[in-house]
Design a binder for this molecule. Sequence first.
Ligand SMILES: Nc1ncnc2c1ncn2[C@@H]1O[C@H](COP(=O)(O)OP(=O)(O)O)[C@@H](O)[C@H]1O
Ligand SMILES: [Mg+2]
Length: 350
Amino acid sequence: MGVEIRVEGLTKSFGRQTIWQDVSLTLPAGEVSVLLGPSGTGKSVFLKTLVGLLKPDRGHIWIGDRDLPYLPEAQLYDTRKLFGVLFQDGALFGSMNLFDNIAFPLREHTKKSESEVKRIVMEKMDMVGLLGAEGKLPGEISGGMKKRAGLARALVLDPEILLVDEPDSGLDPVRTAYLNQLIVDLNAQIGATFLIVTHDINTARTVPDNIGLLFRRELVMFGPREMLLSSEEPVVRQFLNARRVGPIGMSEEKDVSELEAEAKMGLEVGKLPPIPPQLMPSDGRVRAGQHAPGAWCAAHGVTPPPGSFIDDVGRNWVEEWPRYVASMSPSPAAGGQAAPGAPRPGGGTY
Ligand SMILES: Nc1ncnc2c1ncn2[C@@H]1O[C@H](COP(=O)(O)OP(=O)(O)O)[C@@H](O)[C@H]1O
Ligand SMILES: [Mg+2]
């Protein structure tokens, strides 16, 4: 149920163009992580490298004792089956209806009978809220439904790792909110390790357990959501605040003279707003990878900005959390619930 992925010193270039270098991070088993970064920083390339579609120049991608980039073809093929991927463009076959699109990996990679295929496809379509749309063609449905169909297809082989490239691109804020809720619910249900690429700040602030930020061909920071949301690092602050002032410029980074001019004018990256509470699964279960709100800040002596963890109906989740956890019965599928202050699966300290 969800595996840890350890990325060490990963570097990728195309010809003489280095996309990113020396990227190291651990995606904790069963947790939701988000990878942020300005357009063109190589987020999609990172996902494709993780699943073995692109080869890195250097570095390691450990899943257990398997180092993905260096596996012999047969083993790589086997390891790939651990992944479910929703690519940025959805990649649905335009001439196939949703049922056949979603059934495709099952028919291609398994020897399941058609009745078994049907059972699985309907189950996954139900999970993403698409029951009844089996006969629709991709061209006949909205962007949000396409993302859902892509998600259902990514789920049919019961992945241990789910990679999702910009689930929110091209969606309006309300559809994005529904999709984010679906992602949280799916994580609670299947317990797989999730990595979501986005540049939607609201998604990054409320969905994941961990956030990483790619900028200037490097991973600037990766860690618990609260760590990045309370970070003093200028790039992290600027990005999570969506500000013009700061090291990130219009076409990638600002030069020294621009930064000096900003400093002379006394401009600085704004303070971060309060840390919003994390999205909870809609069926009320506690996700195995979700840690207690504020626990990271408390453990690291960080004072969160005033109003942190208070949601839009005024509940204070730092106070609400123990009650919330206590009210949930342990879910057998999720392997029990995370008690407040419990050690993180994947080995954290809070
Ligand atoms: N197959 C490829 N061959 C050469 N260059 C590529 C290839 N795929 C992506 N790139 C380049 O890598 C950079 C990062 O692309 P991408 O990962 O799509 O960025 P992001 O997803 O962060 O917007 C871009 O400059 C893009 O042109
Ligand atoms: Mg991309």
